[in-house]
Design a protein around this ligand. Structure first.
Ligand code: ZN
Length: 663
């Protein structure tokens, strides 16, 4: 097989596996094998830019930067839908339809997913453009970002029309949204407020690699175009599915309003079991001929109607606004409510997000408020019943000093949150930082829990995480509920945290915006805390995926005298503050700039080890030989074609031993 064929085959295979995994949810190979194939394809494509394909599955990982999103006019306008809020509204709509068209009318009921609308254009089976809804007439070209969404097919299969647009919704599944938020909270960032806004915000990110990391999905529901040879909405859904699109299975053909009502009732209850947020149902006249007869009003098609589910809302009294201080000093206002039943749970508290939110909704203590449960775990207040407000009510004065330590709060320009700047003296920040330090993903100190940390701090035994290493059994024993065994375990757990590798210690330090992944990146790049502490803002942002905000935060952290003292103490206690010498020893720049191809069977080290050695020493392992290849490392039973190609291109062929000698 020649290179071009090999590339084609890999692309086909990856496309199919991608489809099995993301659209059908039935993977046939494991992630590792998939990654191997993807890497092989990437290497081949890199070596052979002449076979570039804008729709190659390798581009799913993103990396294209869009500085400005071009405005593009939709070939067919993206209408919004008329809304109905009651069954009577729907009955009226049906009556209007019956007057305008002859014969029986069938309807298709589909769930309405809460996301960002998108229009995808395909020509000859290839995705050529993706445009946001915008104002319905024109939107933004977000093709680079959309290509990273695995459920969007880049190439179609089956019997598709020459050219068409397909419309749908980019959604963020609830589980993925929760995971993204957990990561943000862990890095000391404010969580996203809801899946829909996060999904639509994702489409406008400049770096498509960032979009690729988000678990977005694309659910399609409508095809538009000329000469499509499709007769009904239901048929179009089935067709789209057969071409490789992810089309929700929940779509029902109904012959009467009664049947439609049954669908609405069913999903009003069961929608909470779905992996996505839905806010209603869309009912469409099924027959395209009838749709055409019905036509459009100035704003919306006459043949479709959205039915909004009633949001689960409760009314209750806001008794008091309190303020919580997080480990990074961020202040979160909390509404303490008169307990009320909402979506099957009893709600006593709701998040108020920040000062702007309180001001915008004019929320005050004593108000009767409306509470809703969205994609978030904590319910939120969506409005105030102003008629029930007492005449002596006064606007909420947001606190100006920390409720825990009385320090004057600060608010950075452009940030929604207020902060308590007293990092070293504010109890919840002190406790929160130590709790973060001992957490499983950081120093993983066994025998020490969050409550014990609070107990130790409140009894004056520790003031920061470095103090943990001075704790002796005798100090702890006098504490409440502290048995001999627990005390021994605690000291033991603290001691063994000295074996935790540098990148996890770095994460544990609790530098704002430095989550697990960023910590790993920084550790790998700077190798020791000393070098990292000296790094300038410019050196930091030069590192892949380190943005200005992170860089600024790192610089500030190491500029603080207190943190310097803290790190010195950790160093004296023997905490790992540099990458393991064994790891470092094996990492050099000896092979920098060299591209290797490995082929055959090896006797002294495995293929994987060989590859790792190349990378650890600054070289690159590629899958195929090209004029850019510097060495072919030949094992036993190497294929004759590789040897031939290497000889033809004058690529030196070296043995395993010769390679090992190089490093
Ligand atoms: Zn404070």
């Amino acid at each position: 097989m020649d290179t071009q064929q090999k590339i084609q085959t890999l692309r086909e295979e990856l496309r199919q596996h991608n489809y099995n995994y993301y659209v059908l949810d039935k993977p046939e190979i494991d992630d590792f094998t998939f990654d191997q194939k993807l890497k092989e394809l990437q290497a081949l494509e890199q070596a052979h830019p002449e076979y570039f394909d804008a729709n190659s599955p390798s581009l799913r990982v993103g990396g294209q930067i869009t500085k400005n999103f071009n405005t593009v006019k939709h070939e067919t306008r993206m209408y919004s839908l008329d809304n109905s809020y009651s069954l009577e509204d729907l009955e009226d709509w049906e009556k209007r339809i019956k007057k305008m068209v002859d014969g029986e009318v069938e309807y298709v009921c589909e769930l309405k997913y809460d996301g960002a609308s998108i229009s995808l254009t395909y020509e000859k089976g290839e995705l050529i453009r993706a445009v946001t809804r915008g104002d319905g007439v024109q939107g933004d070209d977000v093709t680079n970002n959309i290509k990273t969404i695995r459920t969007v097919p880049l190439k179609l299969k089956g019997d598709f029309p020459e050219k068409f647009d397909i419309r749908g919704e980019i959604v963020l599944p609830l589980a993925g949204f929760a995971a993204m938020n957990a990561e943000r909270v862990e890095a000391g960032e404010e969580p996203y407020s809801n899946p829909r806004n996060t999904a639509s915000g994702s489409l406008k990110l400049q770096d498509s690699a960032e979009v690729a990391k988000r678990p977005l999905e694309c659910l399609l529901y409508s095809i538009v175009g000329e000469n499509l040879n499709i007769k009904s909405q239901f048929e179009s859904l089935e067709k789209a599915r057969s071409w490789g699109f992810k089309v929700p299975e929940v779509a029902k053909l109904t012959a009467s309003t009664d049947e439609t009502f049954k669908f609405l009732d069913y999903w009003d209850v069961h929608r909470h079991e779905l992996p996505y947020e839905t806010d209603g149902v869309v009912i469409k006249v099924n027959n395209f001929q009838q749709q055409e007869e019905l036509g459009f009003t100035a704003k919306a098609p006459r043949w479709a109607m959205a039915y909004k589910f009633k949001t689960e809302q409760a009314e209750t009294v806001l008794e008091k606004i309190t303020y919580q201080v997080g480990r990074t000093g961020a202040i979160t206002p909390v509404a303490n409510l008169n307990a009320v039943q909402l979506a099957g749970t009893i709600v006593k508290r709701a998040s108020l997000h920040n000062a702007d939110q309180i001001e915008k909704l004019d929320i005050r203590e004593g108000d009767t408020v409306y509470v809703e449960k969205g994609g978030e775990i904590i319910p939120k207040i969506v409005g105030v019943d102003f008629e029930k407000r007492s005449s002596d009510s006064t606007p909420t004065q947001y606190i100006t000093s920390c409720p825990e330590c009385d320090t004057t709060l600060v608010r950075q320009p452009g940030e929604a949150q207020h902060y308590c700047p007293n990092a070293s003296g504010c109890p919840p920040q002190i406790i929160g930082r130590i709790q973060h330090y001992i957490s499983r993903k950081a120093l993983d100190i066994e025998g020490l829990g969050g409550e014990t940390v609070a107990l130790l701090v409140n009894n004056g035994l520790i003031k920061n995480y470095a103090d943990l290493y001075d704790l002796r059994k005798e100090d702890i024993l006098p504490l409440d509920r502290m048995a001999e065994k627990s005390a021994v375990n605690l000291v033991k757990g603290v001691e063994s945290s000295k074996n935790i590798p540098f990148e996890r210690v770095l994460f544990g330090l609790g530098i704002r915006f430095v989550g697990e992944t960023v910590a790993r990146k920084l550790a790998k790049q700077f190798k020791s805390i000393e070098v990292l502490a000296q790094a300038t803002f410019d050196e930091l942002i030069a590192v892949d995926e380190i943005g200005e905000r992170i860089a600024q935060s790192v610089v500030e952290f190491f500029a603080s005298e207190e943190n310097k003292v803290l790190i010195d103490k950790l160093k004296n206690h023997g905490i790992q503050l540099e990458l393991d010498a064994a790891v470092l020893e094996n990492q050099t720049e000896k092979l920098k700039g060299s591209i290797f191809v490995i082929s055959g069977v090896f006797t002294q080290v495995s293929r994987t080890e060989l590859k790792k050695m190349i990378e650890d020493n600054g070289g690159k392992a590629s899958g195929s030989i090209s004029s850019k290849t510097n060495y072919l490392v030949a094992g036993e039973n190497m294929g004759p074609s590789k040897r031939e190609k290497a000889e033809k291109l004058n690529v030196p062929i070296i043995t395993e031993s010769e390679f090992l000698a190089m490093i």
